[in-house]
Write a new protein. Structure first.
Length: 159
């Protein structure tokens, strides 16, 4: 099977799956799936991600000073576990930073998605208005070789 055949099959399968997606939790998609973006829902999710970001930052530092003190004390007393504890604490800080960054990315991406979606909506609305105007530019071709010149229909939106 060639790449083009496989790609066409995957696209058709994805389209069938999208067509069966309900429009909302209580209904079904009769005319195909559609993207519904509720800005207030996006705001709630973004706010939850921001709160999680703040909570993780404060909660992750709960035992940091005690762990560092224990690692230093054990190391000073000649125990090799002191260095291991310091290394574990360093790894913990790295993992917490990854989680905090992920929460920030979710919140920031939702803000971007809302803004981008609003811009897309405005662009689509403008294009819809232009396409309605373009319908009036359709001039039928002459029925015979008369002296009336043929005026072609515009290929795209006229701005």
């Amino acid at each position: 099977m060639s790449f083009d055949q496989e790609w066409s099959g995957l696209k058709a399968e994805a389209l069938m799956r999208l067509d069966s997606v309900p429009m909302d939790p209580g209904g079904t998609a009769s005319g195909g799936a559609d993207l519904i973006l509720r800005y207030d829902d996006m705001g709630k999710i973004g706010h939850a991600a921001f709160l999680l970001h703040q909570h993780v930052l404060s909660a992750a530092k709960h035992a940091q000073s005690q762990t560092e003190a224990a690692a230093k004390s054990l190391g000073n007393d000649g125990f090799s576990i002191g260095a291991a504890l310091a290394k574990a604490e360093e790894g913990w800080r790295g993992q917490v930073q990854v989680l905090v960054d992920a929460c920030a990315q979710i919140s920031n991406h939702l803000d971007y998605s809302v803004t981008s979606s609003q811009q897309d909506d405005r662009f689509i609305a403008a294009q819809t208005q232009v396409s309605k105007i373009s319908e009036y530019l359709d001039v039928p071709p002459p029925v015979s070789d008369s002296a009336v010149p043929h005026i072609p229909k515009a290929d795209g939106p006229i701005m």
